[in-house]
Design a binder for this molecule. Sequence first.
Ligand SMILES: *Cc1c(COP(=O)(O)O)cnc(C)c1O
Length: 422
Amino acid sequence: MANNNKSFVWHPFTQMKTANKPLNIVKARNVTLTADDGKEYIDANSSWWVNVHGHGNEYIAKAIQDQFEKVDHVLLAGVTHPKAEELAERIIEILPSHFQKVFFSDDGSTAVEVALKMVFQFWHNQGKPKRRIVALEGAYHGDTFGAMSIGQRGYFNQPFEHLFFDVDFLEFPSKEKESEILKSAKKLFETNEIAGLIVEPLVQGSAGMRMYSVEFLDALVGLAQDNNVLVIYDEIMTGWYRTGELFAMNHGHSKPDIVCLSKGLTGGVLPLGLTVATDKIYEAFLDDLKIKALLHGHSYTGNPLACAAACASLDLFAQPHTNLNVKRIVEKHKLFLEKIKDHGALTEVRMQGTIIAFELRTEKESSYFSSIRDEAYSFFLENGILLRPLGNILFLNPPYCISDNELDYCYRKMEEFMDKLL
Ligand SMILES: *Cc1c(COP(=O)(O)O)cnc(C)c1O
């Protein structure tokens, strides 16, 4: 029997038989989480990478409260409401000019499902169905079936693999393999069977904050678009200044046809997913035939409270202090990276914007199930830092309001943990 047998909660990504008792968080303010025993923790991974402005943000709270007094929830089919309209318009304003329409859903995985449906139906509606998708090895796009299909195959999804559709995986584009991978991509794209390409631009999150070059991304997208392959950017993790720019796509000159947004969109306060499409995509669904429409939706599609939180979050992104905080974190990460890069416990330290990742040396290959993971998790908890390593990869992607002192404390403990490994 599990040791938390008084609880009825079945936890995500958790072997309930062997798991330790979960932390019971009773208060969250800024970057501080307080447990029921009064112990405080720094939320060093932004509560699964979503909480960008810090917890308990009063501006977002007020926006949600105000919205609740106006409209709590309505369906979005045949009905609209001002916050959905405002959010969609503001999203279009901050994206490159070829984006035109915003489709609402509930979280990252559903935003990806919608993107996949848009891509497959785009071709279907024109009577030239294409059935294959190209993705990168190590990809993570969510845990629903379509999203699993285009993600890394292996341990996590083995029981379901027989249900997945056809995906061609390109090797992860480490520097020395870039040109070889571009060659394989070109061959695939030229078959004319590829409906779309999906990538996490510049940083593969769940694969261990693996990073690749903007030159590769631009070249890959260029090849895809030259061959009529639709391009989806999954910016669910990379969006909202995580990579230093508002979106990862802002680093490069290639632009996708579809972009998926979620996580930091609402400041990490309410679930919401957006799939944003260009006119070219949208127009393929316009027809006198109703079955050519995008026949997809969720009960909570365009929930007004979530839209209000997202609009408030956009206000906060536009304020100078957010940008200053992002720049400050980037500069501090850089200094720490320089200091730590030759540490004997590391095979690599890498950063992109506000994400800094430390790949710990292990006897075996990097793996999510590495035993260092549990050791690290406990060490940081004992030291008042909540972080969730990806196997032997530790990383910091804190809320942007983290103070210099808090960040320095995280770095210090990181170094202390690495020293222990020597
Ligand atoms: C988290 C994540 C998703 C899935 O989002 P959920 O809200 O957890 O369903 C998809 N893609 C990327 C890149 C992510 O980081």
